[in-house]
Structures are given as structure tokens and as C-alpha cells.
Design a protein around this ligand. Structure first.
Ligand code: PA5
Length: 441
């Protein structure tokens, strides 16, 4: 495996025997997932997904090839689980300064916010560039992507006239929702999101795989990495099952009052991995007045903003630190004739070593400050290791949610703001709620 967990820095905060108490609960939770008898068991399609998804890889790669040849830009429209997974994987492999061009199109995102400025700027950015649109919505009714799609479809029709339809791909439910109806009506090419897969667990379906393939990432290697992790996390010995171990550690720390988990990254390309993880854990565990609050930081950047709080503020934080062992680039510090900046003591060191040292130094400082650390070692960023990482977090999330005593696979809380928004925007059927809300304003 490319991935391993090191939890020695939590042992000052939790005892081995506490892990012992949690072991049976983790074994039970893992069994409950596989027997499909637990809460939310209609949404466990992600468990065997990587193997199933391999069958669709050729179809996805074929369409990705067409898009790569004919587009400078792919606009992915979606929100939450319908965009975070693909964005996380794509960013992990894409230059921070990539350009839009045929052969290697830039994948950009829309419909994940309702800012008029953002979408206006996006349409202006597309001016003079060839583009395809991948509209993704499992329900097919989510407002943010629906609005963005209306705007971008109109622009595509202006640019490509009758051929616009050929440049639109819809990824949605097989039967339900406005997007399904529009796709049938307009004969868009479509991919199906199966009923048994919730949005935040959908990255290894066409939701994530098509944009990822368009970005030139090897989706077969990604899926094979996930398959490896699926096999390893079937077992019930936490010493050999990192998903069980991570779930046990989180719950042990939570029971001790560490109610916020910060995902720590030292590589800007991994920023969206944390964003995806935040949705996965926040939406799965934050219910029934329980759950660890998932937060994320990028170090060393945020050491200069949030570092003070983490070192010295309220002691309810633990960290999960993603440590990449090998970097794909080699950039070393040279000796300068005049050592005016005083950096010659770093001569010969490469940036990766310096960054790793920052990680080690910070981990030690944070332990001294009362912040437990779980270190997630990743050998190198490859399609396979990212596949392992994705499945690892998904599996641990299911186990951890069951250990916490919640249904990790629903998200009813997300509906509350939507109902209010529909009512206040005057959508049919929400008149009574609108009256009540206006009375409260
Ligand atoms: O996890 C979930 O199911 C949600 O957060 C969805 O991902 C998000 O609301 C987007 O929904 P949809 O794909 O139906 O537009």
C-alpha cells in the first residue's frame, strides 16, 4: 500500500486500553457495513464501486478523448458531492498555473455558488475558447447547478447554435429529476448515478471519473488503487485495517473532548482533497447533535494565520496530517555568493526536505501545545495512491459514523436552507412557509 497511518502522537492523549474498548465497536461497524444491515443501508453502493466502475472506464475514456481533442475547457457544473471529488483529484495532478488548450483542456467549475460575478466572469473567460459542459446533479433539481446550467447552456447555444447539444453531457439519476427530463428531451449524452450511491460517495462513478479522465488522469490506475484499499479494509484487525484504525482514533479523541479535527496539508495541490473530506465527514457525521467538526488548513501558509490558535487556543482540536513522502519535482536551494538573506545554511537542501522539516517541527510543537496528531503517510501522489486515499476515507467514514451511533448516509439537515430559500424566492408550493418566514424577518 502507498498509504499508512502513524498514531504514536496520539498516545499521550489516549490510552492503549481505550483503543481496546473501541475495537469491538469498530469490528461491529465494519461488519454492519458489509452485511448491509445498518442504518442507511440503501446507500452502500460505494463499497464495491471501484470494481464495478472499471467496467465503465472504456466508455468514459472514449468520451474524455473526444473532449480533450475538441475543447480548451471543460466546465463541470455541480455542487457538493457532484463536484468536490473530481476537483480534489484533478487539482492533485494539475499545475497550479495550468493553461486552457486543446489536447490538455482545463477543467473549471460552476454551479457551486450563486455569485453572479463568478458566473459572469466564467462566461467571459470562455469567450474565444472551445468548451464542453458536464452538468452533474444526482437529484437533477439542485438550484445552484440548475441556475448555472441555464446560464451556460444559453451561452453554448449562442456560440455553437444547433451543435451545442453535442457539447453537453449530463450525469444524473436514471429516472428522476428535471435534468433527466431535459436530457431525454434534448438527447444529451448521459451517465447514470446509481440509486445506491450518495453524492459525497460518488467520486468513483462517472460524476468524478469523466472530469478526471478529461484532465488526463489515469482512471483505471485510480480505481485499481481504490480496489487495493477496498481489499485491505475488509479485514477486522485494526492493526491491518487503516480505515478501522482511523475510525477508532477519531472516536477515542472525540470521547476525550477533541471535537474538531483539522485536516492538514503541506502541498497546495491537495487543498481540495481536504475540501472533499470536509463534506464527506461533515455531512456523514454531523447529526443528532453529535459529530466531530471537520476543518482544514494548508501549512505552512496557515501557520501564519491560524497557527497561533492551534498552538495555544481552546484545546478541543486534533490534527490529521497528510505527509507526502516523495515529491514529483526536484528544486534545491543553491549557495549564494553573498549570503545577504542568510539562507546559505539551507544550501543543497531541496524544497521538499525543507517542507517535510516544517511538518516535523510543527507536529512536535503542536503535541507540546496539547494537539494530538494522526499522521497519514502517502508515499507519493500517483493515481493509484489517490485512489487508495479516497477509498480509505470513505470506508473509515462509514465505520466511524456507525461507531458514533448516527446514520452516516443521509443528509436531511441540508434540506432546511433549501426550503427557506425556495419559500423566500417565491417557488410554487412554499407559500405558507414564505408567510411564516417573512413574519420572522
Ligand atoms: O452528499 C450529497 O448527497 C449532497 O451534498 C449532494 O452532493 C449535493 O447536495 C448535490 O446534490 P445533487 O447532485 O443532487 O445536485
Amino acid at each position: 500500500m502507498s498509504l499508512s497511518l502513524n498514531y504514536k502522537n496520539t498516545l499521550k492523549f489516549i490510552n492503549e486500553y481505550e483503543m481496546g474498548y473501541l475495537e469491538s465497536s469498530a469490528v461491529e461497524a465494519n461488519k454492519l457495513l458489509h452485511s448491509k444491515k445498518g442504518a442507511g443501508n440503501k446507500f452502500l453502493g460505494w463499497l464495491d464501486l471501484p470494481t464495478k466502475a472499471l467496467k465503465e472506464a472504456d466508455k468514459i475514456n472514449k468520451l474524455a478523448k473526444e473532449i480533450r481533442e475538441n475543447a480548451d475547457v471543460l466546465v463541470v457544473i455541480g455542487i457538493g458531492g457532484s463536484y468536490l471529488g473530481s476537483r480534489a483529484v484533478i487539482d492533485a495532478f494539475t499545475s497550479n498555473f495550468s493553461e486552457a488548450k486543446k489536447g490538455s483542456p482545463k477543467v473549471i467549475f460552476a454551479g457551486q455558488n450563486m455569485s453572479g460575478q463568478y458566473h459572469k466572469e466564467l462566461i467571459e473567460y470562455l469567450d474565444g475558447k472551445d468548451f464542453y459542459i458536464n452538468i452533474i446533479s444526482k437529484s437533477g433539481t439542485t438550484t445552484e447547478p440548475a441556475i448555472a446550467f441555464r446560464l451556460l447552456k444559453e451561452y453554448a447555444e449562442l456560440r455553437y447554435k444547433g451543435d451545442a447539444k453535442k457539447r453537453i453531457i449530463a450525469t444524473t439519476d436514471k429516472k428522476r429529476g428535471a435534468l433527466k427530463t431535459m436530457s431525454t428531451e434534448n438527447k444529451y449524452r448521459t451517465f447514470v448515478i446509481e440509486d445506491d450511491i450518495g453524492g459525497r460517495f460518488s467520486v468513483l462513478t462517472p460524476v468524478g471519473l469523466l472530469p478526471i479522465a478529461v484532465a488526463g488522469i489515469d482512471i483505471v490506475a485510480l480505481l485499481n488503487g481504490a480496489i487495493k484499499m477496498a481489499n485491505v479494509t475488509k479485514g477486522d484487525k485494526f492493526q491491518k485495517n487503516p480505515a478501522m484504525l482511523y475510525a477508532m482514533l477519531r472516536n477515542a479523541l472525540y470521547n476525550k473532548g477533541f471535537t474538531t479535527e483539522i485536516m492538514v496539508n503541506y502541498v497546495p495541490r491537495m487543498f481540495y482533497i481536504s475540501e472533499w473530506w470536509k463534506q464527506l465527514y461533515g455531512e456523514s457525521e454531523g447529526k443528532d447533535n453529535k459529530g466531530i467538526f471537520p476543518a482544514a488548513v494548508n501549512f505552512s501558509t496557515d501557520l501564519h494565520s491560524l497557527g497561533q490558535y492551534i498552538q495555544d487556543g481552546r484545546r478541543n482540536i486534533f490534527e490529521t496530517v497528510i505527509s507526502i513522502n516523495k515529491e514529483n519535482v526536484d528544486l534545491s536551494i543553491k549557495t549564494a555568493d553573498s549570503d545577504l538573506d542568510g539562507l546559505n545554511y539551507l544550501s543543497g537542501l531541496n524544497m521538499h526536505e525543507i517542507n517535510k522539516t516544517a511538518l516535523e517541527a510543527t507536529v512536535l510543537a503542536h503535541i507540546d501545545g496539547g494537539v494530538p496528531n494522526i499522521i497519514l503517510d502517502v508515499d507519493k501522489i500517483t493515481a493509484s495512491s489517490i485512489g487508495e486515499l479516497i477509498y480509505f476515507f470513505e470506508k473509515a467514514c462509514g465505520i466511524s459514523g456507525y461507531m458514533l451511533g448516527v446514520n452516516p448516509f443521509d443528509q436531511e439537515g441540508v434540506e432546511a436552507y433549501k426550503k427557506n430559500m425556495f419559500a423566500l424566492l417565491g417557488k410554487k408550493g412554499y407559500e405558507d412557509l414564505a408567510k411564516e418566514l417573512r413574519g420572522r424577518k
